[in-house]
Design a protein around this ligand. Sequence first.
Ligand SMILES: Nc1nc2c(ncn2[C@@H]2O[C@H](COP(=O)(O)OP(=O)(O)OP(=O)(O)O)[C@@H](O)[C@H]2O)c(=O)[nH]1
Ligand SMILES: [Mg+2]
Length: 307
Amino acid sequence: MNKFEKLKSSLQKTKKKLIDGLTEAITGKAVIDQEVIEKIEEILLSSDIGYDTTEKIIAKAKENLINDNGRDETSIKQSIFNELKKIFQNVNETSVSENNIKIRKPLVYLIVGVNGVGKTTSIGKLAYRFKEDGKKVLIGAADTFRAAAGEQLAIWSNRAGADMIQGNIGADPSSIAYKTIEKAIKDDYDIVFIDTAGRLHTKNNLMNELSKIKRAIEKILLRAPDKTLLVLDSTNGQNALIQAKEFNKTTELDGIILTKLDGTAKGGIVFQIMDSLNIPIEYIGIGEGLEDLQVFEADNFLNALLN
Ligand SMILES: Nc1nc2c(ncn2[C@@H]2O[C@H](COP(=O)(O)OP(=O)(O)OP(=O)(O)O)[C@@H](O)[C@H]2O)c(=O)[nH]1
Ligand SMILES: [Mg+2]
């Protein structure tokens, strides 16, 4: 299966609910009445398109209804699909492309997010991706909160063929981040990924910890991390949006890794993120394997969903 086919198949559930659902709700209707509009609204909301975005789409559809030659099923469908496409046109794809990162050595990616969203797994996949591209990859296990965290990361690191710096349970995460960068500089690594804990005793603790890790990185790297990526779980719905806003307050985010799109019918969250957050989706997770991470390309994604 090529990459596009893989993407398409991982979006099956979302496609079925959102695209096929909309088509079904509209097709064959002699008149588009309030009942049909409500059905459309329900499909959009239950696909996690989000309230505001849904309202915009519905308002546009209603505008069409007032207009006499826009009352038929084809133009309503067209109107909705156009609104969905419009959300995608607003992103500047070039700004999120991997190729556009100024290559410095070592490039440092800090990976953040609440527990269970897929940080460690995504780091494993990213490490693999960069290894395949011939890069020398180092991973820093700055999640020292959970006993199994280091082991899990070591397994991924092995699979990917990357090296890893680890500390003891309860060790200071920022000192591990520091040591990782130190080694990366000394041994000429191309890229570093720093894994972080998703759960600490309180939210404040977590945010303070991240600020500390960031400062430790800056101290040795003499610049901020090149990218801070927030991992969001696409099955988390509204909570994912709240998490993004929370993290963005303390840690300036450069991009999002949106995971688990393969396991949900609520992939509509992609539209909501693009429409309401000012943070680009850079990668999507579409499975549990090493290769199941793709650069998010808006056109490709839309094609996979619509065609
Ligand atoms: N289907 C699917 N599962 C995923 C994806 N990404 C991660 N997972 C699964 O999600 C679970 C949690 O992933 P982790 O990488 O451990 O999450 P984490 O953010 O590191 O969690 P903590 O370290 O506890 O904060 C694992 O079972 C992964 O296999 C994805 O894209 N698709
Ligand atoms: Mg983890």
